[in-house]
Design a protein around this ligand. Structure first.
Ligand code: FAD
Length: 292
């Protein structure tokens, strides 16, 4: 293992080890900065060496390429500071676990994250993706962020236009989320029960026993992607090791040895079939590596 100014650098790390789909060839280097200063050092070093980089969080919404990546993967998968709760305000690091912050906020008597608690991503990834479930989305609770944009660190208030359906301006190239301030509300006494209910629904409906990246498609206006896919008879359809989940047709699961090629071929097959049979164009929520 090498290092940049004392920061450990792991060489030739399979992307399959750091993405929930368990797919992807080796990245030349993977670095997990432990502070804002370390992150800035890594960015400076990559710029000086003219090495490309990509930012990932917990890798739970990414399809990584079979050929791997010739560059540095900067993994914001570790908090830079301990989350702070002041009244209804929660300040947390991009590398915090969203589920962990949801649990902490409920324990502190706050409500607003019950629906988000089962999303297996980092806070940074959830902000970047405007993650959401069960009527909740990050946009509703995200007040301000600390980011690096084009080399400068800035604290900025989040506006309505910054976040849309499973997208945000924070995943644009050159932008890195460092921390987020969430504004929640006082618990009406039932937040824990609501969270437990949502978690139970996930367990019963989602294929959590197999590697995946969650729902592959955004919810089309007036429909559910999973229902349309099922209606077209695609449930259980496989390409290599990639399969339309038999439990939830909105998920593609890796049944063993799936490649990026298998998944992208299956995605195209689903999109083409659903469009031909229903006229609905399914838009991908899953991020392909060149979009990360
Ligand atoms: C079983 C399962 C269930 C899921 N359920 C849901 C669900 O209910 N709702 C939902 O919305 N999603 C769901 N997902 C998808 C995924 O968990 C979310 O999109 C999550 O928010 C991604 O966070 P991450 O840290 O894993 O991001 P990653 O997958 O690592 O990255 C996703 C994108 O965010 C960018 N990014 C990550 N961190 C940063 C940062 N600090 N600064 C700038 N950009 C960054 C990356 O570059 C990439 O473009 C599910 C996934 C799985 C596997």
């Amino acid at each position: 293992m090498k290092s940049i100014s004392g920061i450990p650098v792991h060489a030739e790390v399979p992307l399959s080890d750091i993405t929930s789909f368990r797919i992807g060839g080796p990245a030349s280097a993977v670095v997990t900065p432990r502070s804002e200063t370390e992150l800035c050092t890594v960015l400076k070093s990559a710029a000086e060496l003219d090495v490309p980089y990509k930012i990932i969080g917990f890798g739970s919404n990414i399809l990584a390429p079979d050929e791997g990546y010739q560059g540095v993967v900067i993994r914001l998968g570790q908090p830079f500071f301990e989350a702070e709760i002041n009244g209804c305000s929660v300040r947390c690091s991009a590398g915090d676990s969203l589920a962990g912050i949801a649990r902490k906020s409920i324990a502190a008597g706050l409500s607003g994250m019950e629906g988000l608690a089962g999303i297996p991503g980092s806070v940074g990834g959830a902000c970047a993706m405007n993650a959401g479930a069960y009527g909740a989305e990050m946009k509703q609770i995200l007040s301000s962020v600390r980011i690096i944009r084009d080399g400068a660190v800035l604290d900025t208030v989040v506006s309505d236009a910054d976040m849309g359906v499973r997208r945000s301006v924070f995943s644009a190239p050159g932008t890195i989320l460092l921390s987020a301030t969430l504004t929640l509300r006082e618990d009406d006494g039932n937040a824990q029960e609501r969270m437990n209910d949502f978690m139970q629904r996930r367990k019963s409906k989602q294929p959590l026993d197999l590697p995946s990246a969650g729902s592959v498609f955004k919810r089309p206006e007036g429909h559910f992607a999973g229902q349309l896919i099922e209606q077209c008879g695609l449930k259980g359809t496989s390409v290599g090791g990639a399969q339309v989940s038999a439990k939830h047709a909105g998920f593609i699961v890796n049944t063993g040895g799936a490649t990026c090629q298998d998944v992208s071929t299956l995605v195209r097959l689903i999109q083409d079939t659903v469009f031909q049979e229903t006229g609905v164009a399914l838009e991908r929520e899953l991020k392909y590596w060149n979009e990360v």
